[in-house]
Each structure stands twice: as C-alpha cells, then as structure tokens.
Write a protein that binds this ligand. Structure first.
Ligand code: FEO
Length: 170
C-alpha cells in the first residue's frame, strides 16, 4: 500500500505531465504561427511524450488500487518574445519536472516505498534525457538558427522527429 503523501505527489505529477503536454503544444502552435513546421513537429512529439508520462503515472496509481485525481490544467502563459524563448523555457521546465520527480523519490525513500522507487527510476533516467534533448536543441539553435539558411535546414531536421512509445510498460 502506498502512503497518502506518495499518492498525493503522484497525482500531482499526473497534472504536471499533462501541463507539460499543454505547454509544449503551445510552443508547437507558436512555431506553426511562425511558419516553422519542423520546430512545431518537434514540440508536438514532445507533447505526445508528456501525455505518455501522464498515463504511466495514472496506470501506476491504478495498479496500486489508488483513485486517480484529475485536477484543472493551467493555461500555458510563457511569453514568447523571439524564436529562442520557447527553447530556453522548455529546458527550464524540464529542470522543474526533474526537481518534482526527485521530490517524489525523496518521499518514497523516507517511506521505504521500494516499489515506487523502482517505478520512479525510469523517470529519473528519462529526465536526464529530457534535459539533454532540450539543451541540445538550444545549442543547435545557437549554432545554426541565426541565419535564414541554417534555420531552414534545422527546421527540416526537426521535422523528422517521430513519436516512439515509452520503453516502460506497466
Ligand atoms: Fe515528462 Fe518532459 O518530462
């Protein structure tokens, strides 16, 4: 049986993952609006991954006989001043999610909840990949995004990203 606090944090994480999907869709819409369909594709795939994450947290709660509590998803309100702003905001957001997952891990450690710790270990690894992907995108934008031809090629490359289901199955 999971502790009340671990359940509360896991439910909160469901909301955070759905919010992440919402935020990335907002970024995808911003790039669509700026005729950068490749960037839009990259963030749409990112949103699909966040949806997967939310479902994994829900399934874990359900598998442990816990009621999933869905709460309101906040409106994404990050202002996008230029083409790079969403990229910086995405990295900052991933760092926030990492901290959030670490906090659940900390609580599960306190509770000696080894089952949840094992479940979360996939997300710990996933977050290092998420932060790396966001940082790589910033680095590539800094290298190629400041002239029209570089931006065009980068946009084409980002358009090839496809959604793959998570390696974790529950
Ligand atoms: Fe669900 Fe991007 O972390």
């Amino acid at each position: 049986m999971l502790s009340k606090e671990v359940v509360r944090l896991l439910n909160e994480q469901v909301n955070k993952e759905f919010y992440s999907a919402y935020l990335y869709l907002d970024m995808a819409n911003y790039y669509t609006d700026n005729a950068l369909d490749g960037f839009a594709n990259w963030f749409t795939v990112q949103a699909q991954e966040e949806n997967d994450h939310a479902f994994l947290f829900m399934t874990y709660l359900q598998n442990n006989n816990e009621r999933v509590k869905l709460t309101a998803i906040a409106e994404p309100d990050v202002p996008f001043n230029d083409l790079k702003t969403p990229l910086d905001a995405a990295l900052e957001h991933e760092q926030f999610v990492t901290a959030s997952i670490n906090a659940i891990y900390e609580e599960a450690t306190k509770q000696k909840d080894y089952r949840t710790l094992q479940f979360l270990s996939w997300f710990i690894e996933e977050q290092s990949e998420e932060e790396k992907n966001s940082q790589d995108l910033i680095d590539r934008f800094d290298l190629f995004g400041n002239d029209a031809q570089g931006l065009y090629l980068l946009n084409n490359d980002l358009g090839t990203r496809v959604h793959t289901p998570p390696s974790l199955t529950l």
